[in-house]
Design a protein around this ligand. Structure first.
Ligand SMILES: Cc1ncc(COP(=O)(O)O)c(C=O)c1O
Length: 395
């Protein structure tokens, strides 16, 4: 049984592998005494871009920063609309709202495919739409062919929220490179983690250069440049922020990138155990089961039977030392979005049916086969008992 660092759980929802190579890489940075974005960050960007087959990448301080800079590069104005899935982390809608534009919430395909419904997206396009921001739920690519076609037909930008899907192939290229812009998160629970960090990739060199500038106040030279060369001052060409990563996080990122393939293989094996143990449980839906193609296996989400009280199930799993989570409470149902954006009250039938029943089970490469079996069997046992049933559904 593996216990995740800093947690009380027998089987934690997420964990990471930080070992001697990470410690050595960070130590080297500390010894160099240059800690803010500099040469290590450049190398991380180059290696990440190479891994994705992207012409370039800009490392930033979080996935939210990546989404913020990517959408800032679209010059959104009040009244502009950006289509986002409601079943996502709130960050993608928040960065749109922050810029005075309107997030328009799309439904997901179905209980078995939790990526944004490309038909619903196409229906939601208006004269005010500027961009579509799909999210690759759990590492499973959204329907990028259909979304790209809708974006091209209407002259919209496609900004991929690829927080769950580093180095995942979808058709002829990687996730993040289908869109005009691809945004990644390296948060503590992600497959590739640096603690807090993110990355933006883009095909268009000018767009990427704008993002590189706006990451650091749109200054014409960085402190590192001034440290290294005869450049002494700077000009400011636009609005920018400080979303720079540190050399420490970039050093971690470079090592973590080399771990992705092994990490994925281990996750795939664990998911196979979950599928084997859970596929016959009556009423339980396993999204993406049997789906072919590449995935990051970032999440192990299940959809509970309709009559089940999710909190009771979570409590039973917690009692067995198993941490669970919910990805995600739908954004269009949050009070802020309902109040601020009347369009957020449009019903999203699939999202609203699935979201209250979603449950994410532990999935990370430090888990043993026994961990996955314990989680799956505890869940199966709980669901075949009766104490989890909601009042009124008890028979
Ligand atoms: C789908 C999605 N989008 C955006 C983010 C934001 O990334 P970060 O937490 O690195 O700001 C996350 C991660 O939390 C995410 O899961």
């Amino acid at each position: 049984m593996t216990t995740a660092a800093g947690t009380r759980w027998r089987v934690a929802l997420a964990d990471n592998t930080i070992d001697q190579p990470e410690i050595d890489a960070v130590t080297e940075v500390l010894r160099s005494r240059w800690l803010s974005a500099g040469p290590v960050t450049r190398r991380f960007e180059q290696e990440f871009a190479e891994r994705l087959g992207a012409p370039g990448a800009v490392a930033v301080s979080s996935g939210t920063a990546a989404l913020h800079l990517a959408t800032m590069a679209l010059d959104l104005r009040p009244g502009d609309e950006v289509i986002v899935p409601s079943l996502s982390f709130v960050a993608s809608a928040a960065v749109v709202a922050l810029q005075g534009a309107t997030p328009v919430f799309a439904d997901v395909h179905s209980e078995t495919d939790l990526t944004v419904d490309s038909t619903d997206v196409a229906r939601l396009v208006t004269a005010r739409t500027r961009a579509i921001v799909p999210m690759h739920y759990g590492g499973y690519p959204a329907d990028l062919t259909a979304l790209r076609a809708t974006a091209d037909r209407h002259g919209l930008r496609l900004v991929e929220d690829a927080a769950h899907a580093p180095a995942v192939r979808a058709g002829d290229r990687m996730v993040g490179v289908h869109g005009d812009l691809g945004c990644f998160s390296f948060f503590a629970t992600k497959n590739l983690t640096v603690g807090e960090g993110g990355m933006v990739v883009a095909e268009d060199a000018d767009l990427l250069e704008r993002i590189r500038l706006s990451r650091s106040h749109s200054l014409s030279s960085s402190t590192w440049d001034r440290q290294q060369s005869a450049v002494t001052g700077y000009e400011v060409s636009g609005i920018g922020l400080n979303y720079r990563p540190t050399e420490v996080s970039s050093a971690l990122g470079r090592v973590q990138l080399t771990r992705l393939a092994d990490d994925r293989a281990r996750r795939r094996a664990l998911v196979a155990i979950y599928h084997h143990q859970l596929r016959e449980v009556p009423g339980l839906t396993i999204p993406f089961l049997g789906r072919s193609g590449d995935t990051a296996h970032h999440l192990m989400a299940v959809v509970l039977p309709r009559q089940v009280d999710r909190e009771a199930v979570r409590t039973a799993l917690a009692a067995a030392g198993v941490q669970t989570s919910v990805h995600y409470p739908p954004t269009h149902l949050f009070s802020f979005y309902r109040r601020r954006f009347p369009g957020a009250r449009r019903p999203l039938p699939v999202t609203e049916s699935v979201a209250p029943r979603l449950l994410s089970l532990p999935l990370h490469s430090r888990m043993s086969d026994r961990d996955a079996t314990l989680v799956a069997q505890t869940l199966a046992r709980t669901l075949t008992g009766t104490s989890h049933l909601t009042k009124g559904a008890q028979r």
